[in-house]
Design a protein around this ligand. Sequence first.
Ligand code: FAD
Ligand code: PHB
Length: 398
Amino acid sequence: MSDAGLPRRTQVAIIGAGPSGLLLGQLLARAGVDAVIIERQSPDYVLGRIRAGVLEQGTVELLEHAGVATRLHAEGLVHDGVELAFDGRRHRIDFADLIGRHVTVYGQTEVTRDLMNARAALGAPTVYEASEVSLHDLDTDSPRVGWRDAGGRHELACDWVAGCDGYHGVSRASIPASVLRTYERVYPFGWLGVLCDTPPVSPELIYANHPRGFALCSMRSTTRSRYYVQCGLDQKVEDWSDERFFDELRARLDERAAAALVTGPSIEKSIAPLRSFVAEPMRHGRLLLAGDAAHIVPPTGAKGLNLAASDVRYLSRALVAHYRGEGSAGLDGYSARCLARVWKAVRFSWWFTTLMHRFPDTGDFGQKIQEAELGYLVGSRAAATALAENYVGLPFDD
Ligand code: FAD
Ligand code: PHB
């Protein structure tokens, strides 16, 4: 053991204690594979980030498999459809009728809290507030992770490094530029989001296409709402009082929703830029990337967290098979397998973003084309089924 009370060596060093890292750690621990998680922030900081809210059925099944779904099932809200609002009216996409599946509304914060509690109960090691995290010897069989914390400088030897440290992490940056290929689209707008303790305007999510810009009515529970409006990239949170935010949201909703909207003081308000980004490959030597470390999608399709879970599903199975002596095919094929599913979600998120937002350069013609496509979507069972299939999550390849 080192002076920090940690082992000097582990099987898998996991960088990042977001949903990817914590879920991977939990799945590995339950299968008897040792891992240490190294996270840059404090637990409270990680739990304070308000992010995703919609879980695909496959994500819920993975959380069940990880043994962390009790509260999710007690408190999560099962949604059988979503509503699309445009041209002054709302139209329902009925997942249950179209494909017999549903999504579950349960916040990323709660998923993270459940995973942190489960990890603490197992007594599995996590280092928080680690600075200067660095990865070494990734192209050998014995990579190392270094970091600094209040106790000084530390080093951990391992068999594998799981890069679960998000878009700004050190893992992807440790892959040589000559090996990494990246693909990116940056959108000319962001989302201004507000969280407040008021009942949601409607029992299901409303995605609104409006000439003033996109709006989304979501929720975290029957008493907590999450609302977003599309905003310019030059906007500052300080310029948006709660009153201004709710006036803008109301202006983008149909009359019935606008009249039903209950407002209250915001408990969180933030602006997120929108981008599509994919880094290939997702494996370099002994480093395996998962989640936002490898790819980012605009939040319109609610895919970011679900894609992170889907990478972790493939990665945990591959590592467990390896340690059970069942071969390394899963690890060898990890990148290609993830990327096949990732690109489908990138496509869907890009398409749904393009359909729902006001773009600066497409004018009234663009608005009319969007409304025509939306009309087609809600009028054609085939088109609505394609949306439903992608929204609830495409199947895994096993
Ligand atoms: P993260 O959640 O980013 O976790 C990475 C962890 O690694 C963090 O805890 C970070 O502190 C840590 N870390 C970073 N660098 C280092 C380092 N050098 N060393 C050690 N640790 C490090 N998705 C949706 O589906 N719907 C949404 O509404 C939505 N909203 C979002 C809003 C914002 C502002 C952002 C940034 C993302 C949003 N997403 C949304 C995406 C979704 O939250 C992510 O896809 C999800 O968090 C991915 O989980 P992850 O564990 O891969 O990465
Ligand atoms: C959310 O509740 O934060 C949320 C829901 C659906 C999305 C994006 C964000 O598409």
